[in-house]
Design a protein around this ligand. Structure first.
Ligand code: FAD
Length: 329
């Protein structure tokens, strides 16, 4: 029986979906180790403590709340130091971060401070005796590496969407803690956070992503992609690198090996060829729909549903169908 630590990410005073995934994964690890507790670290501006019960719903036994006006925006130096102090004193079997931008920033710092093993971008894990065995895709998803982490705590970053957030209600106890470094004296100063792209939802959080490639022919035609995303109501817009390099979409929309890694419930690839570098960022999506006029386009090899046709003609029809389906409840 051993306790497990989870980093609960928040942004703008709200929990991120990856926070619930990290807590759920920590719950699974704690249960597999014979029923230890899950301790989730929640840091942010005063008032962030109100999110603690939500973490309890997903399996946290203890929520360590660190409230400070200087943490309104995530400060990696302060958060890494605070997480490291807690993990060092907590005697945890494992510590789960998300493989989000913030988690990829924090987890290696924490592992280095503690001098322990870390695995990044983990898609599955299991306890095997004294070791934590994890799998993660490497070489743009061409191989799946299996790693054996020995020693404690084992630190991992979990690929967003790789494991669903599962409700497992606990009445979480709340503990208050101080930041390990005063944010006012931190060498890192977060001056401003600018929301990327025009999409309302971040592509890392959206359950549906409608993504466009060069097959759309012009920046203006992305209106058709935005219309379909709006019809879903819970969708974000993504893009290939070809499109972001051409300036049709902001770089923050880019999905792939050198862009964002996503795994939404539904990924709609519009006029995207399916280059290995693009697939590396979206192949873990639960359901993939591809629209391409070339029936031999590689994207169809990873798609669950394929539409061979002109994306400029298919998109308005799909948008109308989604609107109609949603209006019928
Ligand atoms: C080191 C490196 C890193 C990279 N990282 C990334 C990355 O992170 N993300 C990424 O996306 N790419 C990345 N790339 C680029 C990648 O190799 C591809 O060039 C890119 O993904 C292609 O984008 P695309 O599918 O939009 O364009 P294309 O490959 O040009 O494909 C356009 C597709 O649209 C179809 N099409 C054309 N007209 C229509 C129509 N009217 N209706 C329907 N379909 C139509 C075509 O049949 C074609 O399949 C990287 C490349 C390198 C070398």
């Amino acid at each position: 029986m051993a306790n497990t630590f989870a980093m609960a990410e928040s942004r703008g005073g709200a929990l991120r979906r990856v926070a619930l995934e990290a807590v759920s994964a920590a719950r699974a690890l704690a249960d597999a180790s014979g029923g230890g507790e899950v301790h989730a670290l929640l840091a942010g501006a005063p008032g962030i403590a109100s999110l603690a019960p939500e973490l309890g719903k997903y399996g946290a036994d203890v929520v360590i709340v660190v409230e400070h006006a200087g943490l309104a925006n995530a400060n990696s130096e302060v958060l890494a130091a605070t997480a490291a102090v807690r993990i060092r004193s907590g005697g945890y079997r494992a510590a789960v971060f998300s493989s989000s931008a913030q988690g990829r920033d924090l987890a290696p710092r924490v592992a280095a401070k503690l001098g322990v093993a870390m695995a990044a971008d983990v898609t599955s894990f299991e306890l095997a005796g004294d070791a934590l065995v994890v799998r993660h895709p490497a070489y743009a998803g061409k191989v799946i590496a299996t790693l054996r982490l020995t020693g404690t705590p084992a630190i991992l970053t979990l690929r967003p969407g790789a494991r669903a957030a599962v409700e497992s209600a606990k009445a979480a106890r709340v503990e208050s803690a101080q930041p390990a470094i005063d944010p006012a004296s931190s060498r890192v100063v977060v001056k401003e956070m600018i929301a990327g792209g025009s999409a309302k939802l971040d592509i890392g959080d959206a359950p549906v992503i409608v993504s466009g490639g060069r097959g759309l022919k012009s920046a203006e035609n992305f209106k058709l992609v935005e219309d379909l995303a709006a019809a879903f109501g819970n969708a974000a817009v993504g893009a290939t690198r070809a499109v972001t390099d051409d300036g049709w979409r902001p770089h923050s929309d880019q999905i792939g090996q050198t862009g964002r890694q996503v795994s939404p419930d539904l990924y709609v690839a519009c006029g995207i060829s399916g280059a290995i570098q693009h697939i590396a960022g979206m192949r873990n999506s639960r359901t993939i729909v591809a629209i391409n006029k070339d029936k031999d386009a590689p994207i169809f090899k990873v798609a669950d549903y394929g539409i061979v046709g002109d994306v400029l003609e298919v998109l308005p029809v799909l948008t109308a169908a989604v609107k109609q389906a949603r209006s019928q409840g």
